[in-house]
Design a binder for this molecule. Structure first.
Ligand code: FES
Ligand code: FES
Length: 1014
């Protein structure tokens, strides 16, 4: 029927089906600023204003909106300059979001801005709690909500006509040098450090106490920086923030293609079965169905969905479609139809007869002799010690030194068993892909991927196409956190485009994300540690049993990293420091659960939960200060990474010395900020006056990660100069919301003497950008950044040469200038005597006037090392000892991630990572019933933190200059995931003595742990 909708001030007369939601209609009309992440009213990404009030458009019928005023982000503000036309510009809220670093992936941003707009229209002077309440309906998985809240408060002040200071972080004047004693072990006391670290006990002024704002602490510079930077180190605005604040059609699904079909997948309702019979004839006959594919219709090509470099370090055990299903949610058939409703109807018409096979849900049982075999297909390709006959996707055995000898030398042996759960990445933008044939009969794959180049390589044999006939375009990504390092949806749409010749869109529903997506590997961990009376660790052994689920994607590498990056931290002291005794043994086992995969942290959080809980117990049993005990045994700068000679993701290991490690200073700064000495062990602080059922506790964890995979990860960058002295930076690197496009632009701008706004970033497209391994392993700033720096240095060299020639030709009577003397700054090439030419003049000269050339350069970088970032993470909790309820009040992270290129984006990474890790600590878990059916299938049952539930977050950057990188950087993206859960666990122990060894720390577990003591 025809309906009149009044959208953004204009009347639309449009045909609307009675069942169509407002979301569907708005997107059909091209309002792509209206996003969607669940379509069941939970995520809030689809919010629009209806008569000025936010509503979730996915749960409202379009017809119901007739007669109401609909406002989307497209009506809120626009770019201030559109050629000759000047516009009113961005709305103050949009401007504040851009300036405050409130936008990470930007997928939730339009809805957040609309919710805030409504708040400020009703309440121009909201408290922080009121802002958090207003944003609580819009889930954000990236930011930790801190910066969005700050942005709304800032915009409110601007709208009230108040003066607001420019957004600057405390370190915007440059890093503060470290105290003298940290530069030399013999150094004396420094009052600077004391001044910087005054402990804070009260929430910051203006806080409502619900949740307070994060303070970004001054950076502490441990090792001197080579030179002062102009752009690197500054809180530059994100290069993509303006478009994201306007809700521009930047994401994979924000794309129109004539005759596009909608794909749907029939998922298995059973955990393990052979497909005895499948009849798709009724589905194929349904009007509007363009194709139905089963395993009989497509080539049988074995592959791995893990988006990793060649050769993939894991077994090849997956088919696009198979005659067996191995978990509830496995693929059975693909459908492409004219509409989503027809595709769904077609799924119902497919008849499948399953021959049940024995189901395996316990990894320990799956390894037993005689257990049913999940992968008996002859095409299976082993990697390393995978053994499908034993349901082993991977086996790892690493011996460093001799643990048995170390145990004999110990005065005490401590053993413990721990478990970590399966959890979801839960990015708000679902997996989505659009495929089509272009005019050259090349298959275009526009997809929300972290690994466009790996996706192209992996898909080529699966689709029976050469790599050169596939083009993968990675548009803006709405978060990934490792989940989009998997090639899971691209083959579905591609097979259907091949079958039909038509464009196809395939997008996971939120339920599909839960039942068919990937997750963090659950593990059971046994730890055995030998310790001398003085606290010296003599040997440390970890034994891990991992449930990889039905397929072995990332099986070896995730679990390997569990040992590689957690067990490396404590080498022991004295002679053990030089010759540590460490053992790591792991079995990664197939079961009939949905497959696990890559998730931010990549196995390392699974290692630090047991390790840091174990270290806490040892320290307490021996009566040692838990932080001094840890630091006594922790790895230090100048020492060999103990695992570097033992294991390297299935490749040849090579020795690596730790060049920079500011762990000790991280501990000191973090302790001071959280007020450790005033709280730990102080009985009066543990009590909550007037509330005897509440107990406060404080806990800590030390962690390290890695930065890229040495001798493997490679990134390329290409830079070309334009007529006006601006530059195009083409990179294969993939910004998932991390801000990598921005920090890479900052590095280029630094070397080219241009502002960041003159560096136009394009990422990534396998046809136009250089190869990059993609976004994983915390590698982009380090690896791709080094490639950008090299390419920029080459372009800068050409500019200097040409500028010197121009100056010498122009100023004939003056002493000649050599290119080496010229420096690039402020869009100029400047000689030592002050003479200069502009970059635009150099570009014009090169492109149009003399010895014409395109000034451009390409570079690539691969690192021989993986310098670890280090961090000290702290948590403060309040526990209700009657109910077991744990409230996390405060999280502090002091991190050594090398030089921080952009403190706004980096602190955003830390805040967002800590928030995800907080879910791992206290509430997130994917559970299954006795037949392997997922219990959590939506964002209602699977709870992620909302804006009004957050604790206080504080970030301290302790800077070192990593000498292996031109700008001294190390990774920051993953390490915030590692220590929050054990720090919270240790704080709960501190508060009430509850020993919860399996996260998440739910009220029930705390209550049970406390029960025997009553
Ligand atoms: S609430 Fe509408 S898409 Fe999630
Ligand atoms: S920035 Fe909020 S979901 Fe990514």
């Amino acid at each position: 029927m025809i309906r009149n909708l009044y959208i953004n001030g204009a009347e639309h007369e449009i045909p609307i089906a009675p069942s169509e939601t407002l979301l569907t209609v708005l997107r059909r009309l091209g309002y792509y600023g209206v996003k969607h992440g669940c379509e069941s009213g939970e995520c809030g990404a689809c919010a629009v204003l209806l008569d000025g009030k936010p509503v979730n458009s996915c749960v409202m019928l379009a017809a119901q909106a007739e007669g109401h005023r609909i406002e989307t982000i497209e009506a809120v503000g626009q770019h201030p300059q559109q050629g000759w036309k000047l516009t009113p510009g961005l709305h103050p809220l949009q401007q504040a979001f851009v300036e405050s670093g409130a936008i990470q992936c930007g997928y939730c941003t339009p809805a957040q801005i609309l919710a805030a707009k409504q708040l400020l229209e009703c309440n121009p002077n909201p408290s922080e709690a009121e802002v958090r309440d207003a944003l609580s309906g819009v889930l954000c998985r990236c930011t930790g909500y801190l910066k969005p809240v700050q942005a709304v408060l800032r915009a409110a002040a601007i709208l009230r006509g108040e003066e607001v200071a420019p957004v600057e972080t405390p370190e915007s004047g440059g890093p503060i040098p470290a105290p003298a004693e940290w530069l030399s072990p013999e150094g004396g006391e420094s009052d600077l450090a004391e001044g910087l670290t005054e402990p804070t006990f009260e929430p910051p002024a203006g806080s409502t106490g619900v949740a307070t704002h994060t303070r970004l602490m001054p950076r502490i510079q441990i090792t001197p920086q080579a030179e002062a930077y102009r752009s690197v180190g500054k809180p530059e605005k994100k290069v993509d923030a303006v478009k994201l604040a306007q809700g521009k059609p930047a994401f994979a699904a924000d794309f129109e293609k004539r005759d596009m079909l909608v794909a749907k997948v029939l998922h298995s309702p059973v955990a393990h079965a052979r497909i005895k019979r499948i009849d798709v004839s009724r589905a194929r006959q349904l009007p509007g169905v363009a194709a139905v594919l089963t395993w009989q219709d497509i080539p049988r090509v074995v592959y791995s969905t893990a988006g990793q470099s060649d050769p993939i370090p894991g077994p090849l055990d997956t088919f696009s479609l198979d005659y067996k299903v191995r978990y509830v949610g496995d693929r059975v058939a693909f459908v492409a139809a004219e509409t989503e409703a027809i595709a769904e109807k077609a799924l119902e018409l497919i008849e499948v007869e399953y021959e049940p096979l024995p189901e395996l849900f316990d990894p320990a049982e799956a390894m037993q002799p005689g257990a049913p075999i999940l992968h008996d297909e002859p095409e299976y390709v082993n990697f390393g010690e995978s053994d499908p006959k034993r349901n082993l996707a991977a086996h790892i055995h690493i011996d460093i030194g001799d643990v048995e000898k170390g145990f004999k030398e110990a005065d005490y042996i401590f053993e413990g068993d721990y478990e970590v759960p399966k959890v979801q990445q839960a990015h708000i933008e679902p997996h989505v892909v659009i495929t089509y044939w272009d005019e050259d009969d090349r298959l275009v794959i526009r997809t929300s991927t972290q690994v466009p180049f790996h996706a192209r390589r992996i898909l080529a044999p699966v689709l029976n196409l050469p790599v050169k006939r596939i083009r993968v375009i990675k548009p803006r990504i709405g978060g990934g956190f490792g989940s989009k390092q998997e090639v899971m949806v691209e083959d579905v749409a591609a097979h259907l485009t091949i079958a039909t010749g038509r464009p196809v869109i395939y997008e996971y529903t939120r339920e599909e994300e839960f039942i068919a997506g990937r997750s963090r590997h659950p593990m059971r961990v046994h730890l055995k540690t030998g310790v001398k009376k003085d606290g010296t660790i003599t040997a440390n052994a970890m034994r891990v049993l991992t449930d990889t689920g039905a397929y072995g994607c990332h099986a070896l590498t995730v679990t390997g990293n569990t040992g590689h990056k957690s067990m490396a931290l404590y080498v022991g002291d004295g002679p053990y420091r030089k010759a540590p005794n460490i053992q790591f043994i792991a079995d990664v086992v197939y079961t009939n659960h949905p497959p696990a995969g890559a998730y931010r942290g990549y196995g390392v959080p699974q290692g630090y939960w047991p390790l840091e809980r174990h270290m806490e117990k040892i320290a307490r049993k021996l009566g040692l200060d838990p932080l001094e005990f840890r630091l006594k045994n922790a790895l230090r700068a100048g020492e060999l990474h103990p695992f570097s000679t033992a294991w390297s993701e299935g490749r040849e290991p090579r020795p690596e010395i730790i060049e920079t490690c500011a762990l000790e200073e991280c501990v000191r700064q973090g302790k001071a900020v959280i007020g450790w000495d005033q709280k730990y062990g102080r009985e009066e602080w543990h009590q909550v006056p007037g509330k005897p059922h509440l107990r406060r506790g404080i806990g800590a964890a030390l962690v390290m990660q890695g930065t890229a995979i040495p001798y493997l990860d490679m990134g390329g960058a290409s830079i070309k100069m334009n007529d006006d002295g601006s530059f195009n930076l083409l990179i294969g690197a993939t910004d998932l919301g991390t801000g990598s496009d921005t920090v890479l632009a900052q590095m280029a701008a630094e070397l080219l003497g241009a502002p960041v706004e003159d560096v136009i970033v394009y990422s990534s497209d396998t046809d136009f950008t250089p190869f990059d391994k993609g976004a994983y392993a915390s590698s982009t700033t380090y690896i791709s950044g080094a490639a950008v720096a090299q390419a920029a240095a080459r372009v800068a060299e050409r500019i200097r040469q040409r500028a010197a020639a121009m100056l010498n030709a122009r100023d004939k009577g003056l002493p000649p200038i050599s290119p080496e003397e010229i420096r690039l700054a402020n869009r100029h090439a400047i000689a030592p005597d002050g003479r200069s030419v502009t970059l635009a003049e150099v570009a014009h000269n090169a492109l149009h006037h003399e010895n014409q050339e395109q000034i451009m350069a390409t570079a690539s970088y691969m690192s021989p090392v993986s310098p670890p970032p280090f961090a000290a993470q702290f948590a403060e909790v309040t526990v209700d000892v009657q109910t077991g309820q744990v409230v996390v009040d405060r999280l502090v992270m002091a991190v050594d991630s090398g030089v921080i290129v952009n403190p706004l984006t980096a602190s955003g990474q830390v805040e967002g990572g800590m928030t995800q890790a907080l879910g791992y600590a206290v509430c997130e878990e994917m559970r299954y019933d006795e037949r392997g059916r997922a219990r959590e299938r939506d964002l209602r049952d699977y709870h992620i933190f909302q804006a009004h539930e957050m604790p206080q977050l504080e970030t301290i950057f302790v800077e070192t200059f990593e000498p292996s990188h031109p700008f001294g950087v190390k990774a920051v993206a993953e390490i915030p995931m590692d220590g929050v859960a054990p720090a919270v666990g240790n704080a709960v122990l501190d508060a009430c003595g509850a020993q919860v060894d399996n996260n998440p720390i739910t009220p029930e577990k705390v209550w049970r742990a406390l029960k025997p003591q009553e």
